[in-house]
Design a protein around this ligand. Structure first.
Ligand SMILES: [Zn+2]
Length: 198
């Protein structure tokens, strides 16, 4: 994908805007006619492209653009179902990125460690709080992060965060400035956008 300087351009099925392929989500049709999101761009066959946007997804479905693109009766009946599938894939990406942060030991985990990092102005880019973090601690971290312009989000629960980070439970994890955090923030935006959480 990184060959040459010029990015291949593709048209979004929803809004018809032409964009760099890397900005769009690729969809393919499975042999049994199901439309699948191909976030890694590795599935074989003809691809159709869409912005990371629920709006574009809805526009593409309502205008029968998938059938047209794949020249078949493979129009997804259910926008919500398709959007969910993309959201689930993105969630997997986000978990993988946290797993990579764990492997390279480039993360701060646990509420004390994260608060400490914020106090000492260690440069964190993003803090992910477990959905079931204690409300008081969550609020404390959020307020402190906001003062320092560090993004916060709620993602996974304590068990799941712990599993990803190799612990029993984790209530919060912070990623320091860097490529990994940038990738995480990028996928997080896409995730929120496609799941209509904005
Ligand atoms: Zn679009």
């Amino acid at each position: 994908m990184s060959e040459g300087r010029k990015q291949p351009q593709r048209t979004c099925l929803g809004c018809r805007q032409v964009k760099d392929q890397s900005e769009l989500i690729r969809f393919v049709r499975s042999p049994d006619g199901e439309i699948l999101a191909d976030l890694k761009g590795r599935l074989p066959g003809r691809g159709a492209y869409l912005c990371n946007s629920r709006q574009c997804l809805e526009a593409a479905v309502s205008r029968q653009q998938f059938s047209r693109a794949f020249r078949c009766e493979c129009q997804p009946a259910d926008v919500a179902g398709l959007a969910d599938k993309v959201a689930q894939e993105l969630l997997k990406h986000l978990a993988n990125l946290l797993g990579m942060a764990r492997k390279s030991a480039s993360f701060v985990a646990g509420s004390n460690a994260v608060l400490d990092a914020l106090t000492h102005r260690k440069s964190l880019s993003i803090i992910a709080l477990a959905e079931d973090i204690s409300p008081q601690i969550g609020e404390k971290i959020r307020r402190k992060a906001q003062r320092q312009n560090v993004l916060t989000t709620e993602l996974f629960d304590k068990m799941e965060l712990g599993r990803i980070l190799g612990r029993a439970e984790r209530s919060v994890v912070g990623l320091p400035d860097g490529k990994l955090a940038d990738a995480f923030i990028g996928d997080l935006r896409r995730y929120k956008d496609i799941s209509g959480e904005i």
